[in-house]
Design a protein around this ligand. Structure first.
Ligand code: HEM
Length: 444
């Protein structure tokens, strides 16, 4: 099959979270389960096939609530999926996120040995993701999830992680997030004016041609793999006070502080991209979905407006000149916030746990999530920044550097510490609705 003959996406087979954005505001919870009995696990899959939300009509006004489900490789084993099928899953998924820690920068304080249990212990088999517009709708979808796993004695809830949108509508670091997401061919979405990049469906959903022009390998049988995808789920603690202090100590006042914050991410905290608003914040632009993602970097080859080391430019260099093919490294992000906000203006840590549950969705954990994390965020070679790491999310150790190109002399910040700590994470497979049915009686 050639890319031009790509079939339209089977939206009613694909799980809703792949295409549906979060409501705003949102509340939700992740329920993590361990399967102690294969029969109970299979029964759960059969029930979920009737209860999870698909991506059908995703463009219509948001559903009041969304239930989705994924499995780790250990989860597939616990269901006693036949080895012939298990062996068709990609290596990095089979190994699991903890085993990939060194490669993706989960070292030192972020090392799996220091993760919160049950992450990385092999005890997490299934995740239920519940996302709702308000507490009332969350209660309804919680009841739906309870129907799926209640009274199955071979299942244990091993963890629950609540999340919600902060009243500011932003992340704990103060930035609007979730703006730059790819447009997927065949999904019915149109790319925003000025962006222009539409990516092949196979980059994000298994069973379709991807940017290489081929249908990439997928788990077999096809009923199991097709219309599924992979998730990298990470609980990331954010050191908000330390980050604020860093901004404060490296600026000469509030205006400079807000410009430095913009240089660090490539967007003002309002979401307005530096490329479209180089000198001053433009909150109206930041809030406008039709305009806030419509830009490229061609007008700024030296990074004088948006540094090459800015988080968003690293994570998606768009049309920047770099080593490699950018189109092979895109991702869908569905991150959410957890923990209380740090009081406005405070530069001292209050000891609370707060941060982001980072959610990557894509067909290729290795060449999308792991590549971007290891090569683009935790290294600078691809864009001429030597070993400089992302200031915001890199595994810096107090000796990190951040370069801001400017005339007449570039500015170099030193002493960058680690502002984001991994508290745990897992790789999940997000099966199609048919695959959930297949998993209810695998190999039958
Ligand atoms: C606590 C951790 C993180 C924070 C606070 C954070 C914050 C942000 C912010 C504020 C933006 C700009 C707004 C937007 O485009 O949505 C952004 C963009 C982005 N981030 Fe992160 N991020 C985090 C971790 C990560 C990680 C681990 C990855 C990938 C492995 C990543 C990949 C991306 C991508 C792909 C974009 C979009 C860039 C674009 O299309 O222009 N982020 N992030």
């Amino acid at each position: 099959m050639t890319a031009t003959e790509a079939p339209p996406l089977q939206l009613d087979e694909i799980q809703g979270i792949v295409l549906r954005d979060r409501p705003s505001p949102y509340v939700g919870t992740y329920i993590l389960l361990r399967v102690d009995d294969a029969g109970a696990g299979r029964e759960l899959m059969g029930r979920l096939a009737e209860l999870v939300d698909s991506a059908a009509n995703w463009w219509q006004p948001e559903l009041p609530a969304l239930l989705n489900a994924g499995l780790t490789y250990r989860g597939l084993e616990a269901l006693q999926v036949p080895p012939a099928a298990l062996n068709t899953f990609p290596d990095e998924f089979r190994q699991g996120m903890a085993a990939r820690a060194e490669f993706i920068g989960d070292t030192g304080e972020s090392a799996p040995a220091r993760w919160e249990p049950p992450f990385g212990t092999g005890q997490v088999h299934v995740v239920l993701s519940l996302l709702a517009a308000d507490q009332e709708s969350l209660a309804v979808v919680l009841e739906r999830a309870r129907k799926a796993h209640a009274q199955l004695s071979g299942l244990q809830v091993v963890h629950r992680q609540d999340f919600y949108q902060l009243s500011t509508g932003r992340t704990s670091f103060g930035y609007k997030d979730g703006i730059g997401n790819p447009t997927i061919e065949g999904s019915g979405a149109e790319s925003p004016p000025g962006d222009g990049s539409v990516l092949k469906a196979g980059e994000f959903v298994l069973g379709y041609p991807d940017e290489t022009g081929n249908v990439p390998p997928m788990p077999r049988p096809a009923e199991l793999g097709r219309n599924g995808t992979f998730v990298a789920w990470r609980k990331l603690h954010t050191r908000v006070a330390a980050f604020r202090r860093y901004l404060h100590d490296n600026s000469g006042g509030p205006e400079e502080e807000s410009l430095l914050a913009a240089k660090i991410v490539g967007r003002w905290q309002s979401g307005a991209p530096l490329i479209l608003a180089p000198e001053h914040d433009d909150p109206a632009l930041g809030a406008d979905d039709q305009r806030n993602n419509g830009f490229r970097y061609e007008s700024d080859p030296r990074g004088a407006i948006c540094p090459h080391g800015a988080h968003a430019r690293r994570a998606n260099p768009r049309d920047s000149e770099i080593i490699g093919d950018i189109r092979l490294h895109h991702m869908i992000r569905r991150g959410t916030n957890y923990g209380p906000p740090l009081a406005a203006g405070t530069l001292d840590d209050d000891g609370a746990d707060r941060g982001i549950v980072f959610v990557f969705i894509g067909s290729h954990l290795d060449r999308q999530f792991e590549f971007v994390k290891s090569q683009w965020l935790n290294d600078g070679h691809f864009t001429g920044l030597d070993q400089e790491k992302d200031l915001l999310t890199g595994d810096n150790d107090g000796t990190g550097i951040f370069t801001i190109p400017q005339h007449p002399i570039r500015r170099r910040l030193h002493g960058v510490e680690r502002f984001v700590i991994t508290r745990g994470g897992e790789y999940f497979f997000l099966p199609s609705l048919s695959a959930l049915r297949w998993l209810a009686s695998p190999g039958a």
